[in-house]
Ligand binder design. Structure first.
Ligand code: IPD
Ligand code: CA
Ligand code: CA
Length: 270
């Protein structure tokens, strides 16, 4: 094994341990009403668990990688450093699910090097499902290699996100869902973008799209989906960016499903 591979392996092991410890914090929320604060609007929520998990992950990772940068959802981290190692963290993806004890949320940690995602880890502590990927090494669910489905669209579930923090996108999102609904087996709105990408990776769904996400929502999941064989683009068919915390649309799935969906206008990839 080369030095680079050994380091990447070690990085993955460290992130996995930390993600599992964060999962314990998530699972420790037993109170009937989880106290929430709102951010950009009434549906954009944050809880003490989001803050606690983020603080814990940042503390642990920066002890091990003191010069690394961080891009995290819950603020207070330097988001301007694209050089060297950057950890991109969503402490709870699926916060609304979490506040309702819906049992479908995860922690998502990606490590990018000079803007290229190298390791992605998404952990769902409620199902004890750990999705991992290292660039060039494939994608895994609880240690077993996973691949996207080869089903056509009419034999596939399609996942979508509603971009809930930008109501202006609601009509366009729902029009796209309407346009695909008659062509696929059925549609699902799960409430966690990171898990949606991992479910595509695991072949549980043929396609996922959402018109606006932040980098912490998709960084780890997009690498996991790609390493499982998915094609991942913006909804305009462009390459996803992993450097700055800009917002982006995301579509991921097999090329077959993406083409059949017609969700990317003028899609030209083979
Ligand atoms: C949200 C979830 C949701 C998606 C939103 C995300 P959060 O993340 O992934 O499924 O539709 O766009 O922002 O706020 O629960 O971390
Ligand atoms: Ca999120
Ligand atoms: Ca979150």
């Amino acid at each position: 094994m080369k030095d680079d591979e050994r380091q990447q392996n070690e990085l993955r092991r460290i992130i996995v341990d930390i993600a599992k410890e964060c999962g314990d914090i998530m699972r420790s929320a037993h109170e009937i009403t989880i106290r929430t604060d709102t951010k950009s609007g009434f549906r954009d929520l944050v809880t003490e668990y989001d803050r606690k998990i983020q603080a814990y992950a940042v503390k642990r990772l920066s002890q091990i990688y003191p010069s690394a940068g961080f891009i995290c959802e819950e603020g207070d981290t330097d988001t301007t450093e694209p050089e060297g190692l950057t950890f991109i963290i969503d402490p709870i993806d699926g916060t609304a699910n979490f506040t309702h004890h819906y049992g479908h949320s995860c922690i998502s940690i990606c490590c990018a090097e000079n803007g290229v995602p190298m390791v992605g880890v998404v952990y769902d502590p409620f199902k004890d499902e750990l999705f991992t990927a290292e660039r060039g090494e494939g994608a895994y669910l609880n240690g077993e290699q996973i691949h996207i489905s080869d089903a056509a669209l009419d034999g596939s579930l399609v996942l979508f996100g509603t971009a809930p923090y930008n109501l202006k996108l609601a009509d366009e999102t729902l029009a796209r869902v309407r346009s695909i609904y008659g062509k696929c087996q059925d549609v699902r709105r799960t409430g966690s973008a990171a898990l949606d990408l991992c479910y595509v990776a695991a072949g549980r769904a043929g396609l996922y799209f959402e018109l606006e996400l932040s980098i912490w929502d998709y960084a780890a999941g997009a690498l996991i989906a790609e390493e499982a064989g998915a094609s991942v683009f913006t909804i305009d068919g462009e390459k996803l960016q992993f450097i700055r915390p800009d917002k982006s649309s995301v579509i991921a799935g097999s090329i077959k499903c993406i083409k059949e969906s017609n969700l990317i206008v003028n899609f030209r990839a083979n």
